[in-house]
Write a protein that binds this ligand. Structure first.
Ligand code: FES
Length: 353
């Protein structure tokens, strides 16, 4: 038999004495419990003061660790330089300040949560109670009275009689939401020329984003989807995230005779084509390639683009084809860019000019 069962409940527990009598006994010492509930089982902390003190100390430890983490958060904010980059396994290169702030804040919040949960589970009352559910519909006479009161209020306010007031009030209420439209300006400036230029330029090698090695035509096989970045763009660079977000490329090899778009064919090398990886809807990275149809799919809202037809949109909310990068091969046999994208990459919601 468990040490938490009722036979071990001390006399001084609330309701424990009452449990010795009649129906209350079936309620596990809780005189308010429904007799249909199973008998209440007391926790070890309810019947052993030393166990209760242990739980109390554990909860206090969680809260103390939270306090220490908050102090560490403030100390990191004050002491760490904004531009210090460190290598953290397995994440890679990250800002030391961001990492410290995120970690300490996460620990502080977690410890408060863990302390609260442990407190609730071990020390707060866990007595079961039953509360009958009543019908929520009001009685017919109550509803009739509410309707009568409403009609009387409308009559007394003159809402129906005073048309001038009523109509101007409707006008004011209809116009008010328009004021929120002007707040859209506070969403920030338009991208300006930022998306018109990327890290690609004439002669820049196409580097495999996974292996960090320059790509040769023979590395790109039919059916595969390769992600590439411009040479010289390294993860620990200050602007890496911003630049890679603009310059990220998808490379696939098609049969030249399958390429429908004349310009696309001219900008390819032996059927290898390079398109921006950034969806022209709202900028998610595209990641799914269907070899049979040459379609790529954006996972965010399912925009689908045909890579054999100039990156044309064939489905979904995107309103613009994927920008293509003109590529060739240098004298050493590596794939290289023949210039920057000729149109802005990324979301097409702003004026492309
Ligand atoms: S961001 Fe790609 S479909 Fe919306």
């Amino acid at each position: 038999m468990s040490e938490t069962e009722n036979k071990d409940v001390p006399e001084n527990l609330p309701g424990a004495q009452a449990s010795a009598h009649g129906d209350v006994a079936k309620r596990g010492g809780n005189p308010f419990a429904d007799p249909g509930l199973p008998p209440h089982e007391h926790r070890i902390q309810d019947i052993d003061e030393r166990a209760a003190r242990r739980s109390e100390r554990t909860v206090a430890l969680f809260f103390t660790l939270s306090m220490l983490a908050t102090v560490a958060f403030i100390a990191s904010y004050v002491a760490l330089p904004v531009d210090k980059i460190v290598y953290i396994w397995p994440i890679g290169h990250v800002s030391a300040l961001n990492f410290a702030l995120g970690t300490t804040l996460g620990v502080a919040l977690f410890m408060i949560g863990a302390g609260a949960v442990h407190w609730a589970r071990t020390l707060m009352s866990d007595v079961e109670t039953a509360d009958d559910r009543h019908p929520i519909e009001a009685a017919p006479e109550v509803r009739a009275k509410v309707i009568a009161d409403f009609k009387q209020g409308a009559e007394e306010s003159g809402f129906g009689r005073r048309k001038l007031i009523r109509n101007t009030m409707f006008g004011a209420l209809a116009l008010l939401p328009l004021s929120s439209v002007v707040l859209l300006r506070d969403l920030g400036p338009l991208p300006g020329t930022m998306l018109r230029h990327t890290a690609w330029s004439k002669g820049k090698l196409l580097v495999n984003q996974n292996t960090n090695q320059p790509l040769r035509p023979e590395d790109v096989i039919v059916g595969s989807l390769t992600f590439a970045k411009p040479e010289g763009l390294e993860e620990h660079d200050h602007d890496f995230q911003k630049e890679i977000a603009k310059a990220a490329l998808m490379i696939v090899r098609l049969q030249p005779e399958n390429i429908k778009d004349k310009r696309e064919l001219d900008w390819s090398h032996q059927g290898i084509v390079a398109f921006s990886k950034i969806c022209t809807h709202v900028g998610c990275p595209i990641s799914l390639y269907e070899q049979q149809t040459h379609h790529v799919l954006c996972p965010c809202h399912q925009s689908t683009f045909d890579l054999a037809d100039g990156g044309r949109v064939i489905f979904g909310p995107a309103g613009h084809a994927l920008p293509q990068l003109r590529i060739g091969v240098n004298k050493d046999g590596y794939l290289e860019a023949l210039g920057d994208f000729e149109e802005p990459v990324g979301p097409a919601f702003w004026e492309r000019g």
